[in-house]
Design a protein around this ligand. Structure first.
Ligand SMILES: [Zn+2]
Length: 365
């Protein structure tokens, strides 16, 4: 799998972690030995226990989203700090900043986010910088992160579930609870049944909404129903008109979680007058949509993007864990595969083929 491990650093420093590195878009990740740069005052080195694989990671690897390379992908994980005095055994890392956030207020979140330094804590064997996706880079045996991003984790949450809380679950749940504000009388349609979509289904059911799931992949039906959807529609070439024929009731909330421009057009095309249309899937960097303006104006649609920018990650993670423990969020139905780090390219292939719900990467021990 990938090229053989590179020799030790020319400087003589021992490589102290191994990682899957994106060196070239469209090519397999390569397994490399990296070194950590000296830790900054707010940085903590952590052992990765498990990391979730998000569709966004695949989008970057495939070039649909452009990021600086070389790059260690992976932006949600559960970790154990290697530094003493952090105050806990296991922590969730989310792609979003955490501490001090609550004291500076909701609307300051974007400014605070901008203050988190861009990750440059990894070096290749030639001393050059290897970037960390979302300043995390979780597809590695270790990560170095800003300590303010560590969210303590209760012992009762299994590693594989904790690994996917940081991005997929909190994103899907926050989108339906905070941005859509789903209520028990809502008819909810979730377009796209990947990790975020399945989490959105669970969140909408938890809040008492009636949920119909839609995906272009008919194989997603079982996962959608197990997550709490009451019906599943296989989207085909007929687009919104065909889906409207299959829907018994027009949705008051549509959550687009597929991350494609076609799904956005579909989501807006099936919404009931006055509906909230939440766009939460990560679209390609060059994605543009063309929507008939009267469809939005005449139907008084509220089209809202959701990317967790205004979420409080500590609160979001705590809420999801409460939902899991109470049985409201059946997160154990979400993770369907785990791969060792050495087989990460197989894990990416499974996501591209649509054969997994949510995969977890377990670093080699
Ligand atoms: Zn993600």
């Amino acid at each position: 799998m990938g090229p053989p491990l590179a020799p030790a650093a020319a400087s003589g420093a021992a490589p102290d972690l191994s990682a899957a590195v994106l060196r070239e878009v469209g090519q397999p990740l390569t397994h490399e030995a990296l070194t950590m740069a000296p830790l900054g005052p707010d940085e903590v080195a952590c052992t990765v226990i498990a990391a979730g694989l998000c569709r966004t990671d695949v989008a970057v690897a495939d070039g649909a989203m452009i990021r600086r390379i070389p790059l260690v992908l992976g932006h949600e994980c559960v970790v154990q700090p290697m530094t003493a005095g952090v105050g806990g055994e296991r922590f969730v890392i989310t792609p979003y900043p955490v501490a001090k956030y609550t004291s500076i207020g909701r609307d300051s979140a974007l400014r605070y986010r901008a203050q988190i330094p861009v990750g440059s804590g990894l070096r290749g064997t030639d001393g050059s910088i290897v970037h960390q996706f979302a300043q995390i880079g979780a597809f590695a045996t270790k990560v170095v992160v800003d300590r303010r991003r560590l969210i303590p984790l209760a012992a009762s949450v299994p590693d594989e579930i904790a690994a996917v809380i940081g991005c997929a679950v909190t994103t899907g749940v926050d989108a339906v609870l905070d941005t859509a504000e789903v209520a028990p009388d809502d008819e909810v349609v979730v377009v796209g049944c990947g990790g975020v979509g399945l989490s959105a289904i669970m969140g909408a059911r938890w809040r008492g909404g009636r949920v119909t799931a839609i995906d272009t992949n008919a194989d997603k039906e079982a996962a959608a129903l197990e997550a709490g959807a009451m019906a599943f529609i296989h989207a085909n070439a007929g687009g919104a008109p065909a889906i409207l024929d299959a829907l018994p009731v027009l949705p008051t909330v549509v959550v687009e979680a597929a991350g494609s421009t076609a799904a956005i057009v579909t989501a807006i095309g099936i919404a009931a007058p006055g509906a909230r249309v939440i766009l939460v899937g990560s679209p390609p960097d060059d994605g543009h949509v063309s929507i008939p303006a009267p469809a939005i104006v005449g139907n008084e649609l509220r089209v809202l993007g959701h990317a967790n920018l205004r979420s409080n990650p500590q609160r979001s993670v705590a809420r999801v864990i409460d939902g899991y423990r109470s049985g409201g969020l059946p997160l154990d139905r979400l993770v369907s595969a785990s791969f060792p780090l050495t087989r990460i390219n197989e894990a990416f292939a499974e996501v591209r083929a649509g054969r997994v719900r949510k995969s977890v990467i377990i670093p080699d021990r």
